[in-house]
Write a protein that binds this ligand. Structure first.
Ligand code: NAD
Ligand code: SER
Length: 317
């Protein structure tokens, strides 16, 4: 039995950065058989995914989503399948299709089967007119296609909640830092890639953002705890932020991260070679005001920069 509804959990996009960690945490809590990992990619090879059921699922295939929910007695979906910011700018049509139509399919399933759904939003919903410390409620004028799809999904989620009573919840994740899986396609990826490069024989990294670019970030353990806490929160404690809660972890620049890494790996060298991803980063805020999450479901981050650097280096070694 899972939570209030009974039944099993489905995770879409489970082979990605968040899924690899989230599936393991959910299986630790609810048991391996209760959590079905799924992704468009056919063959998982990560131990966090291989220790329980796996299904090949394209979130654009609505009939198959409905069939799986019915056959597997699914009651909760963590919907992680998406195209991230940098890849989304390379292929905006695909980004719109997967991020919006894929999410609409999951919401329709929620309506049909009475599901509880988690669907992540992002700091990419903010744009250049957002204050440097992003408030929960502020005009959302993103410049990236990815950010636009995230705004669309927040609005769609509220519509399905208000009109059809579907229990949809979401968090505007900051850039996430983790060691269990590689990252690709995002703008905040540098903060993961840099550790792999620092620990390589060359101990050298070409950073695609300039050294002074301050962005909101979070360690994956905090993000997973936030995700599961929000999904466990009583429905009547949630406010109109329910489809896109701001959460804050920490903020740092590449230079500050490099300086912390160099305290542990003194030979590490980082060069700054900004590319197009600098534009996306420049359109996002420096930090996040998460007072509403603190009030509604007692959110509080735990990991600071020094601990994150220690954890990343010791786990990747
Ligand atoms: P990721 O790119 O690592 O993983 C996404 C997964 O989705 C991949 O495994 C991919 O194979 C899968 N996928 C792509 N198209 C699919 C389809 N049609 N059907 C099924 N699966 C498909 O992304 P992530 O970092 O794990 O992000 C998960 C969610 O969290 C996304 O909604 C993302 O926008 C959001 N988010 C992530 C971050 C971050 O820093 N990682 C920050 C903010 C928001
Ligand atoms: N971390 C994500 C990205 O860089 C933001 O959602 O695309």
């Amino acid at each position: 039995m899972i939570g209030r509804e009974g039944g099993r959990i489905l995770v879409t996009g489970a082979l990605g950065q968040i899924g690899t960690d989230l599936v393991q945490s959910l299986r630790d809590i609810y048991g391996s058989d209760m959590v079905i990992a799924s992704d468009i990619r056919e063959k998982p090879n990560h131990p966090c995914i291989l220790n329980g059921p796996y299904i090949n699922l394209d979130v654009l295939d609505k009939d198959r989503i409905f069939q799986i929910i019915n056959d597997q007695n699914i009651k909760i979906i963590y919907h992680l399948a998406a195209i991230l910011s940098a890849r989304g700018e390379e292929n905006p049509e695909l980004c719109e299709l997967i991020n919006v139509e894929g999410t609409r399919n999951i919401f329709d399933a929620g309506r049909e089967f009475g599901l509880r759904i988690f669907t992540p939003s992002s700091i990419a919903v903010f744009g250049p007119d957002t204050p440097k410390k992003a408030p929960q409620v502020t005009p959302l004028n993103p410049t990236t296609k990815y950010g636009m799809t995230k705004v669309e999904c927040e609005i769609l989620g509220m519509m399905y909640y208000q009109k059809y009573g579907v229990d949809i919840r979401g968090i505007r994740y900051p850039g996430l830092i983790s060691w269990k899986s590689p990252v690709s396609g995002g703008t905040t990826d540098y903060a993961v890639d840099i550790f792999h490069a620092a620990l390589s024989d060359e101990s050298k990294y070409d950073c695609f953002l300039n050294g002074d670019t301050r962005l909101p970030m979070m360690y994956m353990d905090d993000a997973i705890r936030a995700t599961i806490s929000l999904m466990d929160a009583p429905i009547d404690s949630l406010s109109s932020a329910r489809c896109g809660y701001n959460i804050s972890g920490l903020s740092f620049t590449p230079k500050e991260l490099v300086s912390e890494i160099k305290k542990r790996l003194p030979d590490f060298v980082c060069n700054y070679k900004p590319d197009i991803r600098q534009n996306y980063a420049d359109s996002w805020p420096d930090s996040i005001d998460d007072q509403v999450s603190r009030n509604d479901w007692n959110w509080q981050s735990r990991f600071g920069l020094e601990t994150i650097v220690d954890e990343m280096i010791s786990n990747l070694k």
